[in-house]
Design a protein around this ligand. Sequence first.
Ligand code: MG
Length: 387
Amino acid sequence: MKRLIILGSTGSIGENALRVASALRDRVQVVGIAARTGGERLAEQAREFGVSHVALADEKAALACKGMFPDGTSLHVGAEGLVDLASLEEADVVLCAVVGTAGLAPVMAAIDAGKDIALATKEVLVAAGEVVTQRAAETGSRLLPVDSEHNAIFQCLGDRAAEQSRADDIRRLILTASGGPFAGRDDVDFDTVGVEEALAHPRWNMGAKISIDSATLMNKGLEVLEGHWLFGVPLDRIDVVVHPQSIVHSFVEFNDGSVLAQLSPPDMRYAIQYALTYPERCDGGLPGLDLPSMGMLTFSEPDALRFPCLALARQAGEAGGTLPAVMNAANEAAVQGFLEGGICFSGIWRTVSAIMDEHDVISAPSLAAIVDADCWARARAIEMIGQ
Ligand code: MG
């Protein structure tokens, strides 16, 4: 039995994780759930799964829903509440599916407590990959990727997924990208395109932040960096290929030229279930693929000129130090700025690029220096968007 904590249980990944837990009640027990503001839904989940520890990151939301939780529930409050929940004695695995670097402190706490991390929040590794992976190696906590592409690679690596030396015979990782709503749409003007069009992802039903990141291709840029930290493969051996059908979730090319892939319908429960049952597989009621009904699977090169975020992320990854954290935080703020109407769609990468240019990179930064760089970039982006 795996005892599971879900950070971000009311979001898209969190809700899917609860569906997986519900299908695997003899293997997975949910012992803690956390959300940012959605207290009402959190209380429903607590009742349905008999969860006794809950956390709300937003203090006002916590105050407003105090009476909603079942008797005997411990309510942890604020950013500190998430950290408390993540290090709970009675948990084995912490699934982190909160938005952005808000996941960093709770993930570090869970790693310090030696728990396994099922990681959906890629921003944690983008901003602080070196610190996080080093600490995990020290405490023996395993990083189990939930991001569908990295979960696919993890599956392709099979029994060797947890080995340190696994990069030796990997020639290339090839991440698939759906391309988002604007792939191949040369008619769309990125200075005027609306929020709703950018949010309308053709394949995946996801939260707002990741949907916009998919539309700019920043999501894939972040995933290149995430793949580097998870699998120890150099950035120049991680490629991206556009695959609009989202059936092949990624490829691993080995040094003998063989390429392995993992396929499934575009549904996050496959990745979540594998992360929670690894190294075992079990029947959680998910269907396989009906190949003849799928038609063509296509692959093409991403349009680097039209989608500059991919190159910005690589540039940040190659410079290293605090630049990836700055790039990521500027992007989080810029996406928020776009969603609120403060900047246009192309303003997202213009903001990110300008802030990266302004930043004096600190190499081999401590966790505190990374957090400072994140705060600086966020504040600078908000200031820029306000002008
Ligand atoms: Mg992904």
